[in-house]
Design a protein around this ligand. Sequence first.
Ligand code: ARG
Ligand code: ZN
Length: 860
Amino acid sequence: MTEPNGQNVQKLADYRPYPFVLTATRLHFALNPAATEVRAALSFSPRDADMPQDLVLDGGRGVELLSLTLDGEVPDPAHVIRRNETLTLSAAALPPHPFLLETTVRIDPSANTACEGLYISNGMFCTQCEAEGFRHITFYPDRPDVMATFHVTIDSDLPVLLSNGNPVGQSQGRAEWHDPWPKPSYLFALVAGELAAVSDSFTTRSGRRVALNVWVRPRDQDRAGFAMESLIKSMKWDEDVYGREYDLDVFNIVAVDDFNMGAMENKGLNIFNSKLVLASPDTATDGDYERIEAVIAHEYFHNWTGNRITCRDWFQLCLKEGLTVFRDQQFTSDMRSAAVKRIEDVQALRSRQFREDQGPLAHPPRPDRYEEINNFYTATVYEKGAEVIGMLKRLVGDDGYRRALDLYFDRHDGDAATIEDWLKVFEDATGRDLTQFKRWYTDAGTPRLTMAEDWQPGVAGGRLSLTFKQETPPTPGQPEKLPRVIPIAVGLIGPNGDEVAPTQVLEMTEASQSFIVEGLGARPVVSALRGFSAPVVLTRPMDDQTRAFLLAHDTDPFSRWEAGRDLALSALTAAAQGLAPGGDHVAAIGRLIADDAADPAFRALCLTLPGEEEIATRLFSEGKVPDPEAIHAAREAMALRMAETHQDLLSRLYDGMAVSGPYRPDAADAARRSLRNAVLALLTRIDGGERAEILFGIAGNMTERMAALIALLRRGRGQAELAALHDLFDGNRLVMDKWFAVQPMAALPAQAAPIARTLSQRADFDWKNPNRFRALLGGLAANHAGFHAADGSGYDFTAEWLLRMDPFNPQIAARMSAVFETWTRYDAGRRAKALAALERIAAADGLSRNTREMVSRMIA
Ligand code: ARG
Ligand code: ZN
C-alpha cells in the first residue's frame, strides 16, 4: 500500500491470510563470514487449489539468489520476479497441489552492521529475526501467521553450533537441530562461535529433564551463574502460577555483545544482550541484577505467551508483549517486594509511557498503521499493554483471570492470535462484555480523571459522594475519544488514621459518574487509585496537609508513596515557576524515613525526589511551559534543604544501613543499599564529598561504587574516581558502558553536551556497538537540563550522531531519535532549535525508513 507521499504504510484493515500453507522448513547453512550460503527447502500447499495465487516471498536487498527449483525443476524465468524486497513466483508456475520450493542464496554477515538477520558480533555468528529480520537470511513468507516446523543443518568449523529445538545430530564441522513446534520465522535463531556454557538442568513437574545452558565467551563463565539461577526460578514459577511447562529437551541462552534490544525469545534458543546476562558483584549493580532476573523471566515466559501462542500480525504485538511484561512483573513481585515493584513500574510507566502519550509519537497499544514495525517496540505496546491486562484482572478478579488464561492456552495453543481472540476468552470465561474495555487497546492517550468529593454529615449517618469525570486529550489521528472502563480502587481512612473502608474497586464506565458511601459518621480521607489501579492521571483538589496525612496513614503502599510524591511535586512545580511552595514536604518525608519498621527500599523510594523530566511532565500536563533550568534549580534547592534539615537522621541512616558480609543481590540487602545510596546522594551535598569518596574507595561492589561516583559527579567532583574506574575496568565493555553513560548523565547541565562531545571523540567510543552508542546518547538525554540546554548544543550533538548511525544501524538511530519526542513542550527558542535539528535529519539523503518515519511523526 503506497500513500500519496510515497511512504509505505501497513494497515491492520488490509490483513489477508497468506494464500499458502507452509508445513515444513528445512534450512542448510554453510557459514562463512563474508559469503554464507543458505539452502532452503519449503513445503508449501495452496490454501485453495481452485483459486491460483502468486507466491510472494520476502527477501531483503542483501540476499542474492543463486538457484531456485520447484519440485526439483527450474521454472520458466519469466515466472520468477525479483523486486527490491520480494521474490514472486507467478500463479501460472505453481501446481494446484503441495510442492517443494528450494532456493540457494548467498548473504554477507560480515557486512551486516544493522544487527538484523545473520550478523557477526565479536567473531560469533548470531541472528535477530524479530520483527522482519529473517528476510535478510533467505526468501521466505516472513510474517508471524505462517508457521512451520524447522529442521536446520549448520556447517562450520566453529566449535559451538546452535539453533532452535532439540539437537538431532552433531559431528565434526556440522550440527543438526529439529524444532517440532511450528513457529513463524521471527522465532528462528542460529548461533555459531567459540562459546563456553554454564550448565544445569530442570526437571519439569511431569518429570521431564531439560538441559539448560547459558552460553558466554570462555572467560565470562564466572559471570553467568545468576542468569542460570534466574532461569530455573522462572521455569518453576511458570509451572506454579500459570501451570505452564517447558516443552523441549534443551533450553539455551546465549549472550552477545552487539544487540539492538534487550533480548529475544527464539524458540529454545534465547539470545540476549550480554548486559542482561553477565553479572558479578564488582561489575553489576543491584539494579542490573534485578533487571537480569526480570528479562530472563520475560524471555522464558514468552515460550507460552509468544511462541506456543503467537501473533497473527505485527499490529497484535502487545498480545504477546503486554501479557509477557505483565507476567514478568508478577514474577518479580513474587521474588522481591510487591509494593516496591509496583511503585517502580508506575514510575517507569509515567516517565516513559505517559511522556510518549503526551507527544507526537502517541499511539494505541494496538496500533492500526505503521511504516516500520521496529519503531513500535515502545513503552505503550509493552508497559501500557501490561497495565491493560492488570486492569482486566482487577475487573474480573483473580479467579476469573485464571479461568480466562486457562481457556486462552487451551483454545489458542498453536495459533497466531489477535487481541479479539484474547478478549473473547475473557468474555467466555467470565460472561463479561468487553466491548467498551477494548478501547484501551485501540485508543491512544492517557485519560485525565478528576475526582470531586461531596460530604453531607447530616444525611444517612454521614454520606460521601465521589464524582469522577474522565477525558482523554486528542492524539495524532484520534481527535475525539469515547469514555473508557476505568477500575478505580478506593479506600477510606478515618480522621484518627484508621482505615474505615477497605479497598473497593469502583467501575467507571461513563464520562461522569458518582459513587456514594453512607453511614460514615465522621468525614474520611479518600485514598483513591490505590495500587495505581488504572493508567490515568488523577487530579483532585487536595491540600498538602491531606497529602501528608495519607503519607503517614494510608494502608496501601502505592498510595502512601504517591501522597509523598504529590507533596514533592506540588512544591517542586511551584518553585520551578518562581512561586512559594505550600506545605512541608521536607518535614513529612523526614517523619517517614525515620520509621525503622518500614522497608528500607520503600523509604528509599520516598526519599528520592521526582526527576526533572517528571517535573517537566507534570508542569506540561498542567498546561505550563516547563523551564529546564528553573526545574533543575528547584530540585537542587529542595534536595539541599532535605539534606540540611535532616542531617542527623540521614547520617544515622547512612551508618545504620551499611550491609555487612559478602555481597548478595537479594531484595533485602539491595533494599538497604538503595536507602543508604539515596541518603548518600543527599549528604554529599553538605559533606564536601567526604562520604562518597570513602565509599568509592572501599566499596566491594559496583552498586556502591556507582552510587558514590554519581553523587560526586552531580556536585562537579569525581574526576579521580572516574579515572580509577577506567583503570580498573578498561577491558570490561559493560562497565565501560556505564563509564560513558554516567558522565553526561550526572554532569552539571551546562557541561553535559560538551562532555558528551569530548567522550565521542575518544578511540574507545566504539559507536557501532549499540550499547556504547546508547550509553553516551542515552546518558545525555537522561540529563534533562543538559539535553535541553538553551543553546541547542544537546540537540545538535544528538542529531549529528543519529545521522551518523542511521546508515549503519537504522533501528538504533530511529529508536534513539525518540529522545526528541517532547520537543513541542518547551519554549519557542528551544522548539526552534529542536525543530531545526529534526529537519536536518529529515533532509538527509538515503535516510532509513525507520528514522524517516520517526522524524516525520515528530515534525508533523
Ligand atoms: N520480543 C523481544 C522481547 O521483548 C523484543 C525483540 C524486538 N526486536 C526488534 N528488533 N524490534 O522480548
Ligand atoms: Zn518480549
